[in-house]
Design a protein around this ligand. Structure first.
Ligand code: IMP
Ligand code: MG
Length: 171
């Protein structure tokens, strides 16, 4: 059995989500927002953050794949596109973790072609030391060191997403 250690507790996540929600409400006063959730890793973060925000939020979902057996292949593929127009809308991409940054660089380019009024990135986690693509999140929950993390939506080969904290697997 793999042993999982707590890296960021549920309480810490909740406190940080309150702060991020306040920051977003401050910057989007009176505006509708589109949360563009990247499946599957961002579902927990998307829902928990949205519940704390008073603005009207619409939801769109994309699914991309870039990872095979936890090793970045460098290639990003769009498996599922959005279903409604985002033209003229205030869009925030909600991501679980920025690692090499390739996923977000790819998505940003793709989404900008759809002419949103604005496009920002909000990521629960950031591993700045791993960055390859030139992309930066506008809102970050926690910057972490280069560890493979699971829980709160993040998976290890599709498992462990439903942990209510962010953990890492002890070797
Ligand atoms: P990037 O394109 O290299 O930035 O990779 C982003 C995607 O890789 C994330 O959306 C995650 O799905 C996955 N990923 C990167 N690091 C981790 C990790 O530590 N645990 C689980 N998934 C990860
Ligand atoms: Mg992901």
């Amino acid at each position: 059995m793999k042993k999982i250690k707590v890296l960021i507790s549920e309480e810490k996540i909740n406190n940080r989500l309150d702060e991020l929600a306040n920051q977003i409400m401050d910057e989007y006063k009176g505006k509708d927002i589109v949360f563009l959730c990247i499946l599957k890793g961002s579902i927990f973060f998307t829902v928990e953050l949205a519940k704390r925000i008073k603005n009207n939020i619409q939801f769109e979902f994309v699914e991309v794949s870039s990872y095979e057996n936890n090793e970045s292949t460098g290639e990003v593929k769009l498996n599922k596109d959005i279903t409604q127009s985002i033209e003229g809308k205030e869009v925030i991409i909600i991501e679980d973790i920025v690692d090499t940054g390739r996923t977000l660089a790819f998505l940003k380019e793709l989404l900008l072609e759809k002419k949103p009024a604005s496009l920002k990135i909000c990521s629960l986690l950031d591993k700045p030391s791993r960055r390859i693509a030139n992309v930066k999140a506008d809102y970050v929950g926690f910057a972490i060191e280069d560890k493979f993390v699971v829980g709160y939506g993040l998976d290890d080969e599709q498992n462990l997403r439903n942990l209510n904290y962010i953990g890492y697997i002890e070797e």
